[in-house]
Structures are given as structure tokens and as C-alpha cells.
Design a protein around this ligand. Sequence first.
Ligand SMILES: Cc1cc2nc3c(=O)[nH]c(=O)nc-3n(C[C@H](O)[C@H](O)[C@H](O)COP(=O)(O)OP(=O)(O)OC[C@H]3O[C@@H](n4cnc5c(N)ncnc54)[C@H](O)[C@@H]3O)c2cc1C
Ligand code: FES
Length: 259
Amino acid sequence: MLKYVTATIKSNERIASGIYRMALDCPDADLRHFVPGQFAHIKVPAHPELLLGRPISLNEVHAESHTAVIVYQVKGKGTAALSETEAGTRAEMVIPVGRGFHLSAADKTVFLVGGGVGIAPLLTVIQKWPDRHYEAFLGYRGIDYAYCQNDFAACKAVNIASDDGTIGEKGLVTALVERRLKELVPDAVLSCGPPPMLKALKSLLEPLGVSAQVSMEQRMGCGFGACATCVCGVYGKDGLDYKKVCVEGPVFDLYEVAL
Ligand SMILES: Cc1cc2nc3c(=O)[nH]c(=O)nc-3n(C[C@H](O)[C@H](O)[C@H](O)COP(=O)(O)OP(=O)(O)OC[C@H]3O[C@@H](n4cnc5c(N)ncnc54)[C@H](O)[C@@H]3O)c2cc1C
Ligand code: FES
């Protein structure tokens, strides 16, 4: 159940270039029914001028110890200030927010496709539904930006691509997906990453009729449905429509969103 809580930062460490991992102790949050793809809407501590919370996906959830882990990239003022916040600091947040990924019992073979910070939310999928055949496809800018790749060890295969070839194969992560699809068509694909990656993925999967979901990392304001900052275009039966990512997402059917 979604709740406004005060958490305590247990640790906050740099794990790659401009990328940080923060563990949060959230004794008042209800994390038992957490769904992968849900996020924390976190207020930056000690910066009252930064009025709005920042949406960051949950990268690990340990309900029994009330611990949530987020992985974030420094982009602007809020995430820069977050990266300087020390362990022991209290942080206000709403958690867990949004509609996450879902897998049915028939989804036995699953591809996880992530690019950059979009890799972070995919890890909880394996935690939540450990009994599937997973293959991970992870795209990084280069080795300096690589994080969490070893955490996907429970997958049957971990395929890595980077822009400069310093980790995995040089090129786009979608090229690895394209090659693997010639051998194996999965029951479902779960993805998160930059729009060009999502577009390429959609064009590979749509002709094969593979069920696919995407977590949209849209610019957000209020985080609770009041401001419409976060809308994304979706194709409905009457043409193009708009949905609020904070309350109707962030996870959508990949074929529904206008990329
Ligand atoms: C559902 C969801 C999950 C996300 N998960 C992650 C994650 O796991 N790791 C990660 O590094 N980033 C994630 N992002 C993106 C992250 O929220 C932004 O990078 C961050 O809010 C930027 O804040 P800032 O203050 O540093 O930047 P600024 O540009 O200074 O922020 C100004 C305002 O714009 C909003 N904003 C700016 N960029 C984004 C953006 N891309 N998405 C949403 N709001 C934005 C901020 O919330 C703030 O209100 C996620 C976004 C969404 C919507
Ligand atoms: S962020 Fe305000 S409506 Fe979604």
C-alpha cells in the first residue's frame, strides 16, 4: 500500500560514474505487496527549495527488514544534492508508487531489456518471480557507467553491450536482442531505458507478437495525479490519448505507448 513515510538513509555510495546506490530503512512503509517497476517519490533532504519529490525506481526490496534500495544517476539539482546526502539522514518519501510489471503463470521465458539507469528497476523482477527462465540484455555507455551487471547472475544468460565496447559487445543492446530472437522467442519482454532503445525494441518485437511491457521514465511533477506534467501519449481505440505516468504507469504495454 502506498504511504507517505520518513525513511533513514542507511548508505549512499557511488557505484559507477555519476551513479549512486542508496539503501533506505523504511519501517513505516508497506513493502510486502511491492510490485517490480514501482518507484519511490523522494524529497531531497535539507533542500526545502526543491519542492517536488524525485521519482526513482526501486532496485531492491527487502520487506522483512523494511529496506528499499534505489540506484540513481546524477542529472540535475535534486539528484546532485541526493548524492551528497550522508547515511543517517532522514528522507521523506511516498513509497511504493505506481503500477508495476506483471507476469502471468504462462510467462515462463522472459527477456529483461534495460539501458543505462533503466536497468535498475529490472532487478526486482527476478526477486519477485524467481522461478522463470530469464535472459538479461543490459546496455551501458561504457565500463565506467556499468553497475548491477553481476546482480543478474540468476539469469540463464546476461548479454551486455556498450556504446564504446569497453564492456560486452560494442553497439546497441537491441542488436543483441535481435540476434537472440532468431533462436528463441520469449513469452514476455520487460524493458526500461531511453526512448530510442524502446522504439527499436518495439519494432523487433511487434512483428513477432511478443507480449512486452515498458517502464516509462517521464519527467514528473507532483507524483500523485494532480499536475499532468508526466503525461505520455498512448494509442487507444479512438486514436492518440494521454495517460499520467505517475498514477496510470509507470509500466505500460510497449505497443500502447507513442514513442
Ligand atoms: C517512474 C520513474 C522511475 C525513475 N527511476 C529512476 C531510477 O531508478 N534511476 C534514475 O537515475 N532515474 C530514474 N528516473 C529519472 C529521475 O526521476 C530523474 O533523473 C530525476 O528526477 C532528475 O531530478 P533532478 O533534480 O536531478 O533533475 P532536474 O532536471 O533538476 O529536475 C527538475 C524536475 O524535473 C523532474 N525530472 C527531471 N528529469 C526527470 C525524469 N527523467 N523523470 C522524471 N522526472 C524528472 C524532477 O523530478 C524535478 O521535479 C525515474 C523517473 C521516473 C518517472
Ligand atoms: S506528476 Fe503530476 S500528474 Fe503525474
